[in-house]
Design a protein around this ligand. Sequence first.
Ligand SMILES: NC(=O)c1ccc[n+]([C@@H]2O[C@H](COP(=O)([O-])OP(=O)(O)OC[C@H]3O[C@@H](n4cnc5c(N)ncnc54)[C@H](OP(=O)(O)O)[C@@H]3O)[C@@H](O)[C@H]2O)c1
Length: 210
Amino acid sequence: MKIGFIGAGTVTGTFGRHLLGAGHEIVVSNSRGPETLADFAAKLGPGASAGTRQQAADCEVVILAVNWVNVPGALAGIDWRGRLLVDATNAHADPDPDLSLDGVARSRAALHGLTSSEIVAQLAAGARLVKSISNMPMSWIQDFSPAKPRTVLFVSGDDAEAKRVTSDLIDSTGLAAVDLGSLKTGGAMHEVGGPLSALELHFVRALERE
Ligand SMILES: NC(=O)c1ccc[n+]([C@@H]2O[C@H](COP(=O)([O-])OP(=O)(O)OC[C@H]3O[C@@H](n4cnc5c(N)ncnc54)[C@H](OP(=O)(O)O)[C@@H]3O)[C@@H](O)[C@H]2O)c1
C-alpha cells in the first residue's frame, strides 16, 4: 500500500519505518517542500520518497503528523472528500507540550467539549477520518525487529471501512490495532488526557470469533 504523511518528524520517522518494514511505500511531506526532505527520505531507505502535501494526500492512506498548532495549515488547500485520513496528532494547547495534569486539562478545555479528531474532521471536510497512532510516545515503539512486541495502537472513527483499512495497515506492521469505537466516544478514550492515553499495552491473545 502507498501511504502519505503530512509532517516529517518523529511520528513519520517512526511509524514510517514500521510501514517500510512491512513492505509498504511512503511519501513524506512538510510545509517547506520535497527538496528539504531528501535526506529524511533517504535515511528511511528504499520505499520512502519526498513529495508535496498534495502528493502525500493523493496516497491511499494519508497520515496527519504535525503539531496541533500547525494542523489548519497542514490540511488547507486540499480537497479531502473521500480521502482516508489518519489523525496522529495530539491537541496540545502549547507548541511545547505541557504534560502536567494542569497542562493536559488546559489542552482539553481548549477543545470546548469536542474530541480533537472531531475538530480535525471539521477542518478536513469530507475525509474518512480515523484517529490513531497518537496514544503513546514514539520512543515506546522503537523496536523494528520482526520479534517486536505487538504494541497496541488504538483506532477510533465513524467510517467502519476506513477503520478496517487502518487497522489492517497497523496489524501488517506487527503492531496491534484495537478499535475503540466512534470519533466522539473512542476518541475521548485515547486522546491526550483520556483513560487509555499514554499507556503501553502489548497485545497477547484474543478468543477466536466466528
Ligand atoms: N513524538 C511523539 O512521540 C508523538 C507520539 C504520538 C503523537 N504525536 C503527535 O503527532 C504529531 C507530530 O508529532 P512529531 O513529534 O512527529 O512532530 P515533529 O517531530 O515536530 O514534526 C512535525 C512535522 O510537521 C511539519 N509541519 C509543520 N507545519 C506543517 C504544514 N503546514 N504542513 C506540512 N507539514 C508541516 C514539520 O516540518 P516543517 O516545519 O519543516 O514544515 C515537521 O516535519 C503531534 O501532534 C504530536 O502531538 C507525537
